[in-house]
Design a protein around this ligand. Structure first.
Ligand SMILES: [Zn+2]
Length: 507
């Protein structure tokens, strides 16, 4: 494989008039605890709706976004209210938000106005409530520390200015060829890690940038009527405004983050699998697209069925697959994957691979979260190993063995010339795309293939089912993955993990 082809493939790296929003009751406290879930129910399959009450202390976002495309720039203005419950054992004296559009790899400009805590404007220390040098970490001080178990409501206006057709890393965020890709287009709560504090990593251009907790999203998006929108969760309401715009209401319960894409050229093909609505949004003009889209729907149906049977059911009512001009090939977001339109129309095995890989991320990254910057191997190696499971289910044993061999051989060929490294390093420890690809995307699944060989595939799948059951809507850590495999396989895996994953980082 040439470096160029490696680079092209790594690119799939995967690396997601303001409305006045009605205030929501805080965390079902002091009222009918079931009431607040009613609006979210359409976005979850009936069997999973109880999960909402089981995770009722997850953050709750109410967001209004107004999208105003212009000739040269697109302006996204917003208003956000977040109810945050302290689920730690210690009091918090700050709340940290991440402004991902300000990352170099997102390439936009995001500002946040006055922040209020329980309706009281936060006093600004300098320009803003402590914005870091990268303008991606917004620290909001709390005048009274938030005790464990208590909730606080924060509100803030914000604005994002996007230069149209500015192609930054992967084209993952922005407006390209009239298509809007808007993952994390709001201030995203960061993750407080006991012993480490609020997560404040900045991106590394080789991989994914976001680390967040599962939350409830109620989002009103106002946009020109000609834009066809898709987003995490389900659209439950659409209203026309006097100025010709439309306001779409999306609800996205128990989602890792909220992503949005839009285009005036989208048409939609829908299908269904086990009660999950699958929506494909694509530009029908390029030759071959219709055939490719029919193929993509079948692949998506198969992948949803196979992964649900293996790991545990996909809990959401909808999964969307949309074209964007991203150069990654594919990118994963909760309830939404985006795929490059040229790859889509070409409809080769690579297209199939992308669909299957990105859908696997619904289990590994979206439902079971992980720190994608410090521990990228968890979600990427498991997505790759899942691709092999899809191959087993659709093509049989020989193809499965060949897929596992392929991971191992590609890794070994790289290590033979460039030297070996563990898979458990943060993105920044891998010096270039070829290295990152070899260790995270090839050696990573080769590690699970080794466990598969030594202990049997059934045992590995049992461990992954247990991991999914334990960390669904939560966050998996390397130690957690190891102990889940040790419990399931009934053996000590310290030496094997030290050899393959490495002793760093622990946590
Ligand atoms: Zn991936």
């Amino acid at each position: 494989m040439t470096w160029r082809s490696v680079a092209a493939r790594i690119a799939l790296a995967c690396i997601a008039a303001l409305l006045v929003c009605a205030p929501r009751p805080a965390h079902g406290q002091g009222g009918d605890a079931a009431d607040w879930t009613a609006d979210f129910r359409p976005a979850m399959r009936p069997a999973a709706q109880g999960d909402m009450l089981a995770h009722s202390t997850a953050p709750r976002y109410t967001i209004a976004l107004d999208i105003a495309p212009g000739a040269d720039e697109t302006l996204v203005s917003g208003q956000q209210t977040v109810s945050y419950t302290n689920r730690l054992t210690t009091a918090l004296d700050t709340i940290v938000f991440r402004l991902y559009p300000n990352l170099d790899s997102f390439g936009a400009r995001m500002t946040v106005g006055d922040v209020t805590v329980e309706g009281v404007t936060v006093e600004r220390v300098t320009i803003a409530p402590d914005l870091d040098a990268t303008h991606t970490v917004l620290t909001v001080p709390l005048s009274d520390p938030l005790p464990p178990g208590e909730s606080v409501t924060l509100s803030m206006p914000f604005a994002i200015t996007i230069t149209n057709d500015s192609r930054d890393l992967y084209g993952q965020f922005g407006v390209l060829d009239g298509v809007l890709a808007l993952p994390e287009a709001y201030p995203v709560l960061s993750v407080y890690e006991p012993g480490r504090g609020w997560w404040q990593e900045t991106e590394h251009p080789l991989g994914d940038a976001v680390f967040s907790e599962t939350a409830f999203y109620d989002v009103h998006v106002t946009a020109p009527a000609e834009l066809i929108l898709t987003a995490s969760g389900s659209e439950i309401d659409l209203t026309s405004n006097d100025d010709g715009t439309l306001t779409h209401r999306f609800v996205a319960p128990l989602m890792r983050d909220f992503s949005l894409a839009a285009s005036p050229h989208y048409v939609t093909l829908t299908g269904e699998q086990d009660g999950v609505l699958i929506r494909l949004l694509y530009d029908p003009a390029p030759e071959g697209t219709q055939t490719a889209t029919q193929h993509a729907l079948q692949v998506a149906r198969d992948a949803l069925r196979i992964y649900s049977e293996l790991y545990g059911p996909y809990p959401f009512a909808e999964l969307d697959i949309a074209q964007t001009p991203n150069s990654a090939g594919g990118l994963e977001y909760p309830g939404l994957i985006v795929l490059n339109g040229d790859v889509w129309a070409a409809n080769t095995d690579y297209f199939t691979f992308l669909i299957v890989h990105e859908i696997a991320h619904q289990w590994w990254y979206s439902l079971v979260g992980n720190d994608q910057i410090r521990h990228p191997w968890i979600d990427e190696a498991l997505a790759q190993y899942s691709v092999a499971q899809y191959i087993l289910a659709t093509e049989g044993e020989d193809a499965y063995a060949a897929a596992l061999d392929s991971f191992r051989m590609q890794y070994e060929a790289f290590a033979a010339t460039e030297g070996d490294a563990p898979i458990g390093l943060p993105i920044s420890a891998y010096p270039d795309q070829a290295t990152y690809w070899a260790f995270i995307y090839q050696k990573g699944p080769a590690f699970f293939a080794l466990l598969d060989e030594q202990y049997g595939r059934d045992a590995v799948i049992s461990a992954l089912r247990a991991l999914f059951a334990a960390d669904r809507y939560g966050i998996a850590t390397p130690d957690g993955v190891r102990s889940m495999f040790e419990q399931t396989l009934g053996t000590d895996l310290d030496a094997l993990f030290a050899d393959w994953v490495g002793g760093f980082p622990v946590g």
